[in-house]
Design a protein. Structure first.
Length: 256
């Protein structure tokens, strides 16, 4: 069984910071990708944590992994990582996760470690490889409001939001066997300038990039803005995405 690392968020729960990952992501990696999930703590120094890269190299972690999964989060990538404007007050951030994922993404792509990035993870992938983000897409003229209705239950928030056009011949279209799908995309910020070396895999009706892959990556390297982990068993697109990621991880495990 391949070993897939899941990057953790850092959240303040009461008086203490915790490194955590949502159950829905763990379930999709374990059952959808058929892998052993390993929660990877944030490397960055925190309230009670000295920076972990002082005691081990990120390369050493990737040498033991067969895949890297980057989940969504309520926090945003801090804009100084892509030359963006200062964040608005009360914008949720997670600098310890930024310190972890941005470096791991570049290393994973270079070393051929399968990479699957969801929501914030997709935004991290774009930033790590040289792209930029727009922090408030709903304020752009002609753009849809991609945010979830906060007063609604999870079943509504994570329900189908809009269709996407899949790039014919792209990785997602090939896995699904179709050039369109309906996704549960919910986010404030999103891709502004696509990173060099990424190719668009899916677009929303307003032209917002909803998925991309690394053009010349030696292994599976894909990011989606929507949430395929949510009730993944019920949706063909989610099933093929996690299955494809799992297949790539098994291929790496066999090589190792």
């Amino acid at each position: 069984m391949p070993l897939i690392g899941i990057a953790c968020d850092v959240r303040q729960l009461g008086a203490h910071p915790f490194h955590i990952a949502g159950e829905k992501y763990i379930d999709a990696v374990a059952h959808g990708a058929g892998a052993l999930p390993l929660l990877v703590p944030a490397f960055g120094a925190g309230t009670d944590l000295h920076a972990l890269d002082a005691v081990f190299a990120p390369e050493a972690l990737l040498d033991r992994l067969d895949g890297l999964f980057l989940p969504g989060s309520v926090s945003n990538v801090e804009p100084h990582h892509y030359g963006g404007p200062p964040p608005l007050p009360d914008t949720p951030a997670d600098p310890q996760r930024d310190a972890t994922t941005l470096a791991l993404i570049r290393l994973a792509v270079a070393r051929g470690v399968p990479l699957f990035a969801v929501c914030r993870g997709f935004q991290e992938m774009n930033v790590a490889l040289g792209g930029t983000l727009h922090p408030r897409l709903h304020e752009l003229p002609g753009r849809m409001d991609h945010r979830e209705p906060p007063e609604q239950p999870r079943e509504v928030q994570y329900g189908p939001a809009h269709p996407v056009r899949l790039n014919p011949g792209g990785r997602i279209a090939t896995l699904l066997g179709s050039d369109s799908a309906v996704v549960n995309s919910l986010h404030w910020q999103g891709v502004e300038r696509l990173a060099p070396g990424l190719i668009v895999e899916a677009e929303a009706p307003d032209g917002q990039i909803e998925a991309a892959s690394v053009t010349d990556a030696p292994a599976f390297a894909l990011g989606v803005q929507w949430h395929p982990e949510w009730r993944w068993r019920e949706h063909a697109l989610s099933r093929v995405l996690f299955a494809g990621f799992g297949d790539a991880a098994r291929a790496r495990a066999a090589q190792r």
